[in-house]
Design a binder for this molecule. Structure first.
Ligand code: SF4
Length: 258
């Protein structure tokens, strides 16, 4: 049954964050460790408001009920420690979905403050599915305060129907991804966009690029195409949902495969 991702975000935010003595804590999980060949240092925040069929995140981390809770300063220290180990000034906040409402968002902002205070000259990439940033313009305004920040919106599908089949969410929420681009741009936040392209035809990708360029031409020009590895497990899930893996070869390869 297709679901409302904003409603799910509120529910998930409550289970993967908590307030303690005037501070906040957010659950963190790890599936990319220190040895990851991907550039930069990562922190993975638990919880998500979508349920993508290709999701590489362990299921228990999408709607967690137990795990490691970290304060903003502890989460920032973990990320900074990893950056030092890699001698990198590229820091990535990902998940799950880092941008969830309520306590989760307060935690994210406090964590960004700690990171910016501790490491001058860094670039912090916030990877998001864009649902909340398309829904709530004030969140984008809050993020505009962080000069080191680049928000990378990862589109799940080229259109409403593909989005719904890939994520399980109601098709009408597809528009929130495009609205995230418009909101971030209006708020003055640096941004990039990527598209999971393994299930799309070349023509639907080009049509998507045109739609994106109507909202933000520069972002459309730099669109990253994300190709997925077709594992045995993914193949099984796709067959069950009647989805076709097309493995469209990106003309502009994404810097990292997912
Ligand atoms: S948005 Fe990302 S973390 Fe959330 S379900 Fe989709 S792939 Fe997984």
């Amino acid at each position: 049954m297709p679901f409302d991702p904003i409603h799910l975000a509120e529910k998930v935010s409550r289970v993967c964050s908590r307030s303690t003595c005037g501070s906040s804590e957010r659950m963190v999980f790890d599936h990319r460790d220190f040895g990851s060949p991907a550039p930069g240092a990562y922190i993975n925040l638990a919880g998500c408001c979508l349920r993508c069929i290709f999701c590489w995140v362990p299921h228990h981390a999408l709607e967690p009920h137990e795990g490691v809770y970290l304060t903003p300063s502890e989460a920032a220290s973990l990320l900074l420690h990893r950056a030092r180990r890699k001698r990198s000034f590229l820091l990535k906040i990902t998940g799950g979905e880092p941008v969830l409402p309520g306590t989760c968002f307060q935690h994210l902002k406090a964590m960004l403050e700690h990171v910016e205070d501790a490491l001058k000259g860094a670039t912090v990439v916030l990877e998001t599915n864009g649902m909340l940033l398309g829904y709530d313009f004030d969140m984008c305004l809050d993020l505009a305060a962080f000069s080191s920040l680049v928000v990378r919106v990862s589109f799940k599908g080229c259109d409403e129907e593909e989005f719904s089949r890939l994520t399980g969410a109601k098709p009408e929420f597809y528009r929130l991804q495009m609205e995230a681009i418009a909101n971030l741009s209006d708020a003055g936040v640096s941004l990039r966009a990527s598209l999971v392209s393994s299930f799309s035809t070349p023509s639907s990708i080009e049509l998507f690029r045109v739609k994106l360029s109507e909202v933000y031409p520069e972002v459309a020009k730099e669109l990253e195409l994300e190709e997925l590895y077709l594992t045995g497990e993914l193949k099984k899930r796709l067959e069950e949902r009647g989805l076709k893996y097309r493995s469209y070869r990106a003309s502009k390869p994404s810097p990292e495969w997912i």
